[in-house]
Design a protein around this ligand. Sequence first.
Ligand code: HEC
Length: 166
Amino acid sequence: MSRAKWILLIILIVIVAIQLYRPAMTNPPIDASRTVQATAQVPPQVDAILRRSCYDCHSHETRWPWYTKIAPASWLLASDVNEGRQEANFSNWAAFDKPHAAKKLDRICKEVQGGDMPPWYYLPMHQTAKLSDADRQTLCNWAHGEEARISAGLTPAERAASAKAD
Ligand code: HEC
């Protein structure tokens, strides 16, 4: 075989070999009493934006189309979903106590206003997840409204815990 053919063969073997490592790509069951809809007040237009732009990484309703199953894209998305669900999971919002929920709501506005969420590399393959300025405003108004509603009911100790939450 010529040198070019050997190189192509090796590239092909590497592409096939990396497919052998398959990260878990699952959607755990949802307990309807623990979702953000059940534990916070989520108006329909906010619900729609969250589902469209955030749910792939921050819920148990991740869409896993074929290209997400091919390495190395699968590795990136699977690790994003794991990390995203740990940081903020709209399917398990009850995991946050009140101080923590208030802090995360504040972060939601910061992340979208700063252009950090959804992550830039996710958008080329997910055009519909792009946020308009109006979407960002809607999310921020909601997040700050919810944060204020929760904060109003916090004790001074809980408020201090909220400031320190991560
Ligand atoms: C492609 C996956 C993906 C999408 C889509 C996505 N996120 Fe994230 N998000 C992550 C990952 C990964 C992290 C943890 C690492 C980090 O903070 O960058 C995260 C972290 C966060 C955090 C926690 C920040 C903190 O420090 O507490 C918030 C809040 C957040 N995202 C909000 C959103 C919102 C709101 C949307 C939709 C508008 C969204 N994300 C869309 C992957 C994603």
